[in-house]
Design a protein around this ligand. Structure first.
Ligand code: SDX
Length: 431
């Protein structure tokens, strides 16, 4: 018998709190009236036990390693779809028909250029500027060039703004790379699809044309699909929270980019390569780095391992690891870091500390190895994560906006641990 209420006793009083259930068996105690009825808040630093919203976009089962977008298994989508197709699914809730996908692609083609004035932005970033700071800054500035999104947003839809964001962030990413290496910009081509265009804009040169390889395009599609959404993670929650104040979509996405930048989140794919290079350079002293990660007095962690929700193998990491092997075999590539990664995974899987804490490779552990094989610079790996996550951020922001019943600014409370009320001390009396 599944209970419909939780009871909470405070002193002599007992309260009944409704239990809400998701379509996949997930359940929560609804505390939306708790403070009003009891005068008590809940305290949940890091929101380990707190659901911030209801959503129909992505479902995770951390115990079983399940990830579905709009009900479709990630394994099926990564195997059968392009990133553009999955972006449409996440944004609209259905897999597109041939004509719907064609129209979506046309919109992205139409909006792929940056306003020429924006291209001067890249002239004024220092050569070593972080691609994530460039992305966050430039995305935020899109509102200055396309303020009409406010009207479109007011009447719903956001079709143009969505296509604009998906297409222009890819252009911003590629342009920032070209500027960082002093090469001429390569403009998006109407003849190429999303991933082909990105690779061409990154690596084509007037004197050395880039040969687009289907294996690389396929691997990039898979990687972007696997990053496309992940329910209420740190950066998605940031996008929702910023949007809940009424800030425009560009500003909300820019905030999401900033949240993703952190090494505990999307910055981990870059940090994994640094960790693997350190182990490789340190005569492959795996045990030294594993011991550091286990040492409570050392803040060092094995980046690419562990997850707030997955307490088993991250399903995305499984697919990425297989894609790694495939692309390396097909293109006859070699990278000592792939061997280091596999040996580290094997050693960790045997170690009681990691087993006890359910620490497995997450989405960031192998993804950087593939980006490296594509020739993408390490400091752009978090940008790749952002390009993949963009459809999810937009869909989650839109879902938040359309949730009229819960349409309110996000504003958590706190438990105060500071000074009690005290008298003001004039300057001349201060010690
Ligand atoms: C992403 O939320 C999402 O969905 C995120 C993401 C997405 O798609 O949006 O999946 C993308 O961000 C993946 C995670 C990328 N980050 C890393 O790989 C950084 C390394 N991992 C960790 O820092 C950590 O595992 C987190 C941040 C991912 C999760 O942290 P939690 O849930 O707050 O867990 P915790 O820090 O409380 O760790 C629990 C225990 C602790 O030990 P004890 O205090 O119980 O003794 O596990 C230990 C931690 O010290 N631990 C690790 C570890 N991760 C956790 N110890 C060594 N190495 C690690 N990587």
């Amino acid at each position: 018998m599944s209970e419909n209420f939780a009871t909470l006793s405070i002193g002599e009083t007992t309260y009944k709190l409704p239990i809400v259930r998701g379509t996949r068996g997930d359940k929560a105690i609804d505390i939306r009236k708790l403070f009003k009825e009891t005068g008590y808040m809940t305290l949940d630093s890091g929101y380990m036990n707190t659901g911030s919203c209801s959503s129909s976009i992505t479902y995770l089962d951390g115990a079983k390693g399940i990830l579905d977008y709009r009900g479709y298994a990630i394994e099926d989508l990564a195997k059968n779809c392009t990133f553009t197709e999955v972006a449409y699914l996440i944004l609209h809730g259905v897999l597109p028909t041939f004509d719907e996908l064609k129209s979506f692609k046309q919109d992205m083609r139409r909006f792929a250029l940056l306003h020429e004035d924006m291209i001067h932005f890249f002239d004024h970033f220092p050569p070593n500027a972080s691609p994530m700071s460039i992305l966050s800054t430039t995305v935020n500035s899109l509102h200055n060039y396309y303020p009409e999104m406010d009207e479109e947003d007011a009447y719903g839809g956001l079709t143009v703004t969505t296509a604009r964001l998906l297409a222009k962030t890819r252009t911003i990413a590629a342009f920032s790379y070209k500027k960082s290496i002093g090469h001429p910009l390569v403009y998006p081509s109407p003849k190429l699809n999303y991933c082909e265009n990105f690779l061409n804009m990154m690596f084509d040169r007037p004197n050395l044309p880039y040969k687009i390889k289907p294996e690389v395009v396929s691997a990039l599609n898979k990687l972007l699909i696997l990053h496309a959404d992940h329910e209420q993670n740190c950066s998605t929650s940031t996008v929702r929270l910023v949007g809940s104040s009424g800030a425009n979509l560009y500003a909300s996405i820019s905030a999401g980019v900033s949240a993703l930048w952190g090494p505990l989140h999307g910055g981990a794919n870059q940090a994994v390569i640094v960790m693997l290079e350190d182990i490789y350079a340190d005569d492959k002293d795996f045990e030294k780095y594993i011991a550091k990660a286990k040492d409570k007095n050392d803040p060092y962690r094995l980046t690419g391992f562990g997850h707030r929700v997955y307490k088993t193998f991250d399903p995305r990491a499984k697919i990425i690891k297989k894609a790694c092997d495939e692309i390396f075999k097909k293109l006859e590539l070699e990278d000592p870091l792939l061997d280091i990664a596999k040996e580290l995974e094997e050693r960790v899987s045997q170690d009681e500390y990691f087993i006890k804490r359910n620490l497995y490779p997450n989405v960031d552990f192998y993804s950087g190895i593939i980006y490296r094989a594509m020739g993408i610079p390490t400091d752009m790996f978090p940008v790749m994560f952002a390009l993949g996550r963009l459809p999810g951020w937009i869909a989650q922001w839109t879902e938040m906006k359309e949730d009229r019943e819960n349409a309110r600014i996000g504003r958590p409370r706190q438990i105060y641990t500071g000074n009690k009320r005290r008298e003001y001390i004039p300057m001349k009396e201060r010690g």
